[in-house]
Write a protein that binds this ligand. Structure first.
Ligand SMILES: [Zn+2]
Length: 314
């Protein structure tokens, strides 16, 4: 598939006109979930004031597009994202979709596959909520030993909405066993796995399962860069190098899953470590890949070409 159009919150972009893109980051997240008082509420100007230095740093490093991966249920706030997008030349891509069981708003809990897909298609084609900012992809999530029944419904709705829009489906998936179950469900629903991103693939230590997913067409996303507390960085580097050396650089996505402004905390600083920035890929991880012999054109493929292809409306 050739790069096409990427739908950002400030309008459509030719994917080929973009440079480096971070495929999985966060500007604004509320992990209290949709039932908490004050959920996902904050002063957009304060969010901009807090997050602007982090965007400025990656802008200086050459990042042109930023995929915000917080779907409905963990703090997606389109007013905040639009205000952020207006404050930076970096294009921001926002999802439709919903987070895992326990974070799914009551309003969509009992919808059929078709009705849920219709809602997501509307956000992809018309705009998110009452805005003209179109969603650029579908973000869903599995429970750790999922998918649960409601998450199977979400997968089927994602497949249906993707078929009607060409949007890529990105799914938070812990471990290769869950990924296998999910790929089966999607394939049975008629989904083209080239329109699928296995989010958090680094949680599976076995490179054979990364390769299996790539052979079936999926994007394999290692998105714990800089998150030493969550995933040892030496192991992360080995997983990525093994995947590249096996010949699958053209199915690889790299990101930090970092950030973010947390509206549940004073000043927006998430507990306990505060906001995590988005520079480790450029300052440490890419140099480490180069030191392991990964060529400049492969780095470019991973940071520019692959995300452009993955997030183009297929
Ligand atoms: Zn994330």
């Amino acid at each position: 598939m050739k790069p096409g159009i990427i739908q950002t919150v400030t309008g459509d972009e030719e994917a080929e006109s973009l440079g480096m893109m971070l495929p999985h980051e966060h500007l604004f997240v509320d992990l209290r979930g949709p039932f908490a008082p004050g959920y996902a509420q904050a002063d957009p100007d304060h969010v901009v004031a807090v997050m602007k230095p982090y965007l400025a740093a990656i802008e200086a490093a050459g990042v042109t597009a930023f995929v915000d991966c917080a779907p409905i249920g963990v703090g997606r706030n389109i007013a905040v994202l639009r205000r952020l997008a207006d404050s930076t030349p970096i294009r921001i891509i926002a999802p439709t979709g919903t987070y895992k069981e326990g974070f799914i708003p009551t309003s969509i809990l009992d919808l059929s596959v078709e009705a849920l897909a219709e809602l997501w298609v509307r956000e992809l084609k018309m705009g998110i909520e009452d805005t003209d900012s179109r969603a650029g992809f579908i973000k869903i999530a599995l429970s750790d030993n999922g998918p649960t029944d409601i998450e199977v419904r979400n997968l089927r709705a994602a497949a249906l909405a993707s078929r009607q829009t060409g949007a890529v489906v990105a799914s938070h998936t812990i471990g290769g066993a869950a990924a296998r179950r999910e790929l089966e469900i999607l394939e049975r629903a008629g989904h083209n796995l080239q329109r699928f991103i296995w989010v958090h693939a680094h949680t599976e230590p076995d490179t054979a399962l990364h390769i299996e997913a790539a052979q079936r067409g999926a994007w394999v996303e290692f998105d714990a860069i800089g998150a030493e507390n969550w995933h040892p960085q030496a192991a992360l580097l080995e997983s990525v190098v093994a995947f590249i050396e096996a010949g699958y650089a053209d199915h690889l996505l790299l990101s930090h899953d970092a950030g973010f402004y947390d509206p549940s905390q004073p000043g927006g600083q998430p507990e306990p470590d505060g906001i995590r920035g988005y520079m480790v890929l450029f300052e440490q991880f890419i140099p480490a890949l180069k030191a392991r012999g990964v060529a400049d054109e492969v780095i470019r493929q991973i940071t520019v070409t692959n995300p452009a292809r993955a997030f183009s409306m297929g």
